[in-house]
Design a protein around this ligand. Structure first.
Ligand SMILES: Nc1ncnc2c1ncn2[C@@H]1O[C@H](COP(=O)(O)OP(=O)(O)OP(=O)(O)O)[C@@H](O)[C@H]1O
Ligand SMILES: [Mg+2]
Length: 228
């Protein structure tokens, strides 16, 4: 497979500038847009943790959205299967959607098996440093298989299902994730605490809500001028 590069754009299409930019939206929401990207085997706990983290963030009035592999495959990616090429395209699309959410100033939680290192790296490269946090939801295959939350492992073992990650399709664990969570050793609540700590500590609290090169767009000061 050629090396993944999600940054390629149609050369003939120039970006259309808009007056409002990400920073304006972040000012309105009161926090930065970022991606927390959960990767791991089926049954590792990606959706469970994305759900629990979203609830915790919602409680403290953060604007969130979850992009879950299963839900995305019911709509945006319903034309894709589980071949390597389709998995790559699946990743590319969700990474681009996540980028739109970050531009909207939202904390976007991606719960995708995302088995290939190169595609996770390609997804990371769509974002500024610090905007993309990779979380390895880590369990031994035996634990995921014992959980078998969707019965997929049983189907794969009996030959009724092919291309299941970990069985007859590879999973490449992250080499340097921003956080690794052994969900067979740490409770869901403890995982959420670590995720909240990651979000808290992985950004410079003194940094502006978003970094933008000075351009033709008005800065937030122009949009949110202080009231006299
Ligand atoms: N600390 C933990 N964190 C997350 N899940 C846990 C934890 N401990 C136990 N579990 C259980 O493990 C299972 C994880 O299932 P979940 O559907 O979240 O996996 P998934 O990674 O989203 O799988 P898939 O890729 O098939 O969607 C759930 O039944 C959950 O209750
Ligand atoms: Mg899931």
């Amino acid at each position: 497979m050629p090396p993944a590069d999600f940054r390629h754009a149609q050369p003939a299409v120039a970006a259309q500038p808009y007056t409002l930019v990400r920073e304006n939206r972040e000012q309105l929401g009161g926090h930065r847009g970022r991606v927390v990207w959960f990767t791991g085997l089926s049954g590792a706990g990606k959706s469970t943790l994305a759900n629990a983290l979203e609830v915790a963030l919602h409680r403290v009035q953060k604007r969130t959205y979850v992009l879950d592999g299963d839900n995305i495959r019911r709509g945006l990616c319903k034309d894709l299967g589980f071949s390597d090429a389709d998995r790559v395209e699946n990743m590319r699309r969700v990474a681009e959607v996540a980028r739109l959410f970050v531009d909207a100033g939202v904390l976007v939680l991606v719960a995708f098996i995302s088995p290939f290192r190169a595609e996770r790296q390609a997804a990371r490269e769509l974002f500024a440093p610090g905007d993309f946090l990779e979380v390895f939801v880590d369990v031994p295959l035996a634990v995921a298989e014992q959980r078998d939350t969707k019965g997929l492992y049983q189907k794969a073992r009996s030959g009724a299902l092919s291309h299941l990650t970990g069985i007859d399709s590879p999973y490449e664990p992250p080499l340097a994730p921003d956080l690794a969570l052994r969900t067979d050793r740490i409770s869901i609540d403890a995982c959420v605490d670590r995720l909240l700590a990651l979000l808290e500590t992985s950004q410079d609290a003194t940094a502006p809500i978003a970094q933008h090169a000075a351009g033709t767009h008005p800065g937030p000061a122009a949009i949110h001028a202080p009231q006299p």
